[in-house]
Write a protein that binds this ligand. Sequence first.
Ligand SMILES: C[S@@+](CC[C@H](N)C(=O)[O-])C[C@H]1O[C@@H](n2cnc3c(N)ncnc32)[C@H](O)[C@@H]1O
Length: 267
Amino acid sequence: MTYDGDWRDTFRPDIPTPARIYDYLLGGKDNYCADRAAAEELMEIWPEMIFTAQANRAFLGRAVRYLAGEAGIRQFLDIGTGIPTANNTHEVAQEVAPGSNVVYVDNDPVVLTHARALLVSGQQGHTSYIDADLRDTKQILAEAAQTLDFSRPVAIMLMAILQHIDEAEDPYAIVGSLLAAVPPGSYLAISHPAADIETEAMAQMAERLNKLMAEKVTFRTRPQVARFFDGLELVEPGMVRVQEGRPASEIEAKSPAALWGGVGRKP
Ligand SMILES: C[S@@+](CC[C@H](N)C(=O)[O-])C[C@H]1O[C@@H](n2cnc3c(N)ncnc32)[C@H](O)[C@@H]1O
């Protein structure tokens, strides 16, 4: 099945979305038959796909823990929130550093309906949600400024989202405009499905996803993902497979996940 309209115009449980497929892969229940069928098709192509979703989520948690801990960040702009699950950005950040403020952004209507679960405000910090598209950085930055102080460092989180912006839409310019809005000492954290790990399976999965979903995907190579960090100082261990980014255990480090990930600091 293909769908050429704007799937956000009306709620369409019959068209798989990235947020709902990902929710299914993570063992969530906020997904529909079409999402489950799409995820099962992906796992037929590459059964280890499920570990990629889990490793991505684990990397997100470790990145936030590093940013709120060692890096001393207290403000997070998390674009591509996903349906709330375990270890959401505000939970990890506010556990490490109470008083951290988090702004979530997503364009999926189902994520919006679940956003209330993310909106925790009190002594532990403030959390808000923006219903917006990553392509509209002006809207995101204007609305985020109601919660975040852009004269102080901010961590921009783009976890497993940039694959939805193709080359023609200039993802590098989008990331550049977000980075231009934050001061030195800010951070960028990215995870991105790889085109050069499990090359054949990943190419087949991209092709299948682009037939099934209205939101298209472009998987990228390590140099293409590293380019998002141009002008930034990459934090150790640099641009690596996400499972090798400060893994909590040897088992975690050995996950077969096919994603590149890194954290960079704006000098
Ligand atoms: C694979 S999920 C990743 C969720 C979370 N960042 C994580 O890594 O666990 C991708 C999320 O990005 C959102 N998304 C995709 N394209 C987007 C866009 N253009 N603007 C805003 N959100 C988008 C999807 O709705 C989905 O919730």
